[in-house]
Ligand binder design. Sequence first.
Ligand code: OGA
Ligand code: NI
Length: 333
Amino acid sequence: MGVERVQEIANFSKETIPEEFIRTTYEQPALTTVQGTVLEVPVIDLSDPDEEKVVRAIVDASSNWGMFQVVNHGIPRETVRKLKEVGKAFFELPPHEKEAYAKSPGSQSIEGYGTKLQREVEGKKAWVDHLFHKIWPPSEINYQFWPKNPPSYRKNNKEYAKHMHGVVNKLFRCLSLGLGLEGNEMKEAMGGDNMVYLLKINYYPQCPRPDLALGVPAHTDMSAITILVPNDVQGLQACKDDHWYDVEYIPNALIVHIGDQVEIVSNGKYKSVLHRAKVNKEKTRISWPVFVEPPSDLEVGPHPKLVNEANPPKFESKKYSQYCFCKLNKTPK
Ligand code: OGA
Ligand code: NI
């Protein structure tokens, strides 16, 4: 039997939503969001020639928030616009065309069109469908999961991947310098040029009860860093000091999340951000995170230069694949 897509459920849910989408009172966004305060995550100008200033800003944001936005990042607006255009067009195709890219139920791989990734507390479901596929390096790309329709889907995604390297290199260089390491050491600890870029499209249909449901429940990303572009519908929330805040979008900015692997390599100096996504009553939200990840067989642990007797390692070293397996299969607490 086929999996029921949230996009289909949304078509017949005009006033209420099925019970499995209703969150407990501990999670319902209407009850747990700090009202009237929009979280002002730091905004960093990557084109600033004063590199020390950029490093300080990134260190501060990564240590205190685990999230920041970057502007003047070098990815052309047109490239981002075209990425979004084709992603939206894919989700607007009739169901059978999307199902051609569906993840097979028993598949080990994360890639493909799908509806639910993680087993959740109390069996709750998230109001979202998604498409996952790798966009870099070329040797890791599995075109089976790249839509052929719309016809420019592939070209536009390749172009986005190509323009990402500049931002990724700059971010890792600053994160590395900020720890007192050489500029290339953080990137090397993540696999250097073998790092994998995994694109996800989150498609959150309109939801009649955005006060009760969540698009994505609270989590930290397993990646090294995540670079996200949203459509114009707000909904991302970050947790700071145990409270949930809306994150304000800045036009043309990229939203950077510190993921678990950067937290680990930095031995806890940088924090992976706890975040979640709300849904909207009138509009479809869409977001395009790219998870920048170590190769699956690379062992990741606190950087040897950052640990000594006074600063013992705070994390175990593990192959990235092992880390993901443990996190995805652990019984949720
Ligand atoms: C994710 C995520 C947030 C958003 O997919 O990991 O956190 O705004 N998405 O869609
Ligand atoms: Ni996330």
